[in-house]
Unconditional design. Structure first.
Length: 267
């Protein structure tokens, strides 16, 4: 009996404690909360962190999306509410709603997509993505489209709307890591554009613009040009759309995020 009791106690000690689920901001991406948070920031935080939140000698830059004491919603809430011992960051006596408003505002400043939902007709934007705009010829969302370009099922959560818009209008301004293109001329006369997936001394594996995986012997290649500063995305793709169409496409892309990260939705 004593042996069984000892085994039971040992098993309990070996079982790791259950982790608490991450705390999420109930006001995430809520336009009114972001506005209220901006006003609270001006009155309570700007003296140390700057009116533009880019930091001063007293407080750190809050626009980078990276914070020393954690950037998850619950971590930001705790930092604001309790302050940081041994630093100039004091605790704040705001009600929880007021702190969540500050979290909403601070999160909206970073390069990821925590700004208020982009206005526009997302359903119309989806039709553009898979139709007239031709985006799905190179990109995939939720398993639909081509694997040629970056997968966009989470683009709204990882990139700010301003950055997405710039990519549509100026695709060569920033090329996603791992998606620099190449142009090949084969000795048989074929011209190939694509993105290299693997390469060694003897062969190149790439995805061509038709979304096909191809394995090429380097002896077949006549010339190879690496496009380090030129995107294979058509430069006029976004500019060919009417302003309202571009806005609808942005609204659709902004909503591509895990459901739990969506927060308040603008209708």
């Amino acid at each position: 009996m004593a042996v069984l009791l000892w085994i039971f106690i040992a098993a309990l000690q070996a079982t790791p404690p259950a982790q608490k689920p991450p705390v999420r901001n109930p006001l995430a991406r809520d336009p009114a909360a972001i506005e209220a948070g901006a006003k609270a920031f001006e009155g309570r935080c700007a003296f140390c962190h700057g009116t533009d939140a880019k930091g001063t000698g007293r407080g750190s830059n809050l626009t980078t999306g990276h914070w020393a004491h954690g950037g998850k919603d619950g971590e930001l809430f705790k930092t604001i509410k309790e302050g940081v011992a041994g630093t100039e960051m004091p605790p704040h006596d705001l009600p929880d709603t007021g702190i969540w408003q500050l979290v909403s505002y601070i999160r909206s400043l970073g390069g990821s997509g925590y700004q208020a939902p982009v206005p526009g007709n997302a359903a119309a934007g989806e039709k553009l993505f898979f139709g007239k705009a031709g985006c799905s010829a190179c990109h995939m969302i939720a398993g639909r489209g081509s694997p040629f370009g970056p997968e966009l099922s989470r683009i709204g959560a990882v990139r700010a709307a301003t950055a997405i818009r710039k990519s549509l209008l100026e695709p060569s301004a920033e090329i996603a890591e791992g998606f620099a293109g190449v142009r090949l001329s084969l000795k048989g006369g074929e011209k190939v554009e694509g993105v290299i997936r693997n390469e060694d001394n003897f062969s190149i594996q790439l995805i061509d613009k038709a979304g096909r995986f191809r394995l090429l012997d380097k002896q077949q290649v006549s010339t190879l040009t690496r496009l380090e500063r030129e995107s294979l995305m058509p430069a006029g793709a976004g500019r060919a759309l009417a302003p309202e169409e571009l806005q609808d496409l942005l609204a659709f892309l902004d909503r591509q995020r895990p459901p739990e990260e969506e927060g308040s939705e603008q209708r």
